[in-house]
Design a binder for this molecule. Structure first.
Ligand code: PLP
Length: 390
């Protein structure tokens, strides 16, 4: 499949060839069940142990604090459901991924949990003073994402975790969009739990991990065999785990170079769009954002119309999170940032990754200029606007 110009790396990334290569033996000869006791099985067990060490080192955790899961969604579900019990109080934010947001709603509906959604400012940042005020004696958990998947805002997690801990409340962060792209170290952040997902850093899909700090009282997620130290039963996704570890290793090696290269491309894309396309506005913070995230609202038109035009020219992007693009409801993130319906409906997320180059940016900007002009020429909203200008 020819992907043309791929600008949807926040939805998923291309599997790194070295990760694929590392996985291949585990689809073929190395098929033994790592829980068995014969030597071929023990070799597979050792490969999993090595992968656990690699993932732990990347985030400054201990290997025994890493629990492999089927991805970010499972890690998020586990952190919340394993910690917030009947009638408990959860604090989260109004801009979380649905992997948190819908779990919070579920806990409300089925466990009688109370949920406080902290607001964000118009750049998508949480106010630490708001967290301090929201914590109650019965608060069971604070869960605040490290980096937002739609607008790339990076929260002051270290400060937020310290506020929760000062009141004796455990802290979870969804770091799915951050790990592999910016330094994420659990010892520096001081978090108790952290979710990560392999397919966001050029690893395979369907694999992730939950970091659980030693001593954290978290209910096991799946009951059955003794895998993952009795806390997440089920025969391991061996190839996925090996591929994730290899991809993370490469991302960590490349990060110093890649993050500045991608940040430069991101800034160029933001500048060129907002300076050459009238009525286009950046969503999210100017600086405190993920290297690869660009989110722009184009007034008077719908994001979907732009996406279709871009697709016809070989460019892939997204209107928000890949999960919410299946529903037509407006982005809860942009609405929480008070962007209003028009700017929310006209938003596009371009997320950059390892394959994007300067020439991709040049082509994208040129295509956007013509697509936006064409779509606006058919827009009654734009027509009304022009009449008011005469
Ligand atoms: N959390 C965030 C912030 C995400 O962006 C995503 C995926 O888009 C997830 C969680 C879910 O991760 P996964 O696709 O591995 O289930």
């Amino acid at each position: 499949m020819n992907h043309g110009f791929y600008f949807d790396n926040a939805a998923t990334t291309r599997l790194h060839p070295a990760a694929l290569e590392a996985m291949m033996p585990y689809f073929a000869d190395a098929y033994a069940n790592p829980s068995s006791i014969y030597r071929p099985a023990q070799q597979v067990r050792r490969a999993i142990d090595e992968a656990r060490k690699t993932v732990a080192e990347a985030i400054h955790a201990k290997p025994e604090e890493i629990f492999f899961t089927s991805g970010g969604t499972e890690a998020d579900n586990w952190a919340l459901k394993g910690m917030v019990k009947q009638g408990g109080h959860l604090i989260t934010t109004s801009i979380e991924h649905h992997g948190i947001f819908h779990v919070a709603e579920f806990l409300k509906a089925t466990q009688g949990a109370e949920v406080t959604y902290l607001p964000v400012d118009d750049t998508g940042m949480v106010n630490p003073a708001g967290l301090e005020k929201a914590i109650r004696p019965d608060t069971s958990l604070v869960s605040i994402m490290l980096a937002n998947n739609e607008v790339g805002s990076i929260q002051p997690i270290r400060q937020l975790a310290a506020i929760a801990h000062a009141k004796g409340v455990p802290f979870h962060t969804d770091a799915v969009q951050a790990v592999g792209h910016i330094p994420v170290y659990v010892d520096e952040l001081g978090v108790d739990m952290l979710s990560l997902s392999s397919h966001k850093f050029n690893g395979p899909k369907g694999t992730g991990a939950l970091y659980v700090k030693k001593g954290t009282k978290l209910t096991p997620s799946l009951h059955g065999g003794a895998q993952e130290r009795n806390r997440r039963a089920g025969t391991e996704n061996v190839a996925g785990i090996i591929g994730m570890a290899r991809a993370l290793e490469i991302s960590m090696q490349e990060m110093p170079k890649e993050s500045s290269r991608i940040t430069e491309l991101r800034n160029r894309l933001i500048d060129e769009i907002t300076s050459t396309i009238p009525h286009s506005y950046l969503n999210g913070p100017q600086d405190n954002r993920l290297p690869g995230n660009v989110n722009i609202s184009f007034r008077f038109i719908e994001g979907e119309a732009i996406l279709i035009h871009l697709d016809m020219h070989g460019f892939q992007a997204s209107t928000g999170s890949a999960c919410s693009s299946l529903s037509l409801s407006p982005s809860h993130v942009l609405m929480a940032m008070n962007r209003g319906h028009e700017l929310t409906n006209g938003a596009i997320r371009f997320s950059l990754g390892i394959d994007n180059t300067a020439s991709h940016i040049t082509s994208l900007v040129a295509t956007l200029q013509s697509s936006v002009a064409k779509i606006r020429s058919l827009s009654p909203l734009y027509d009304d606007y022009l009449k008011t200008q005469k």
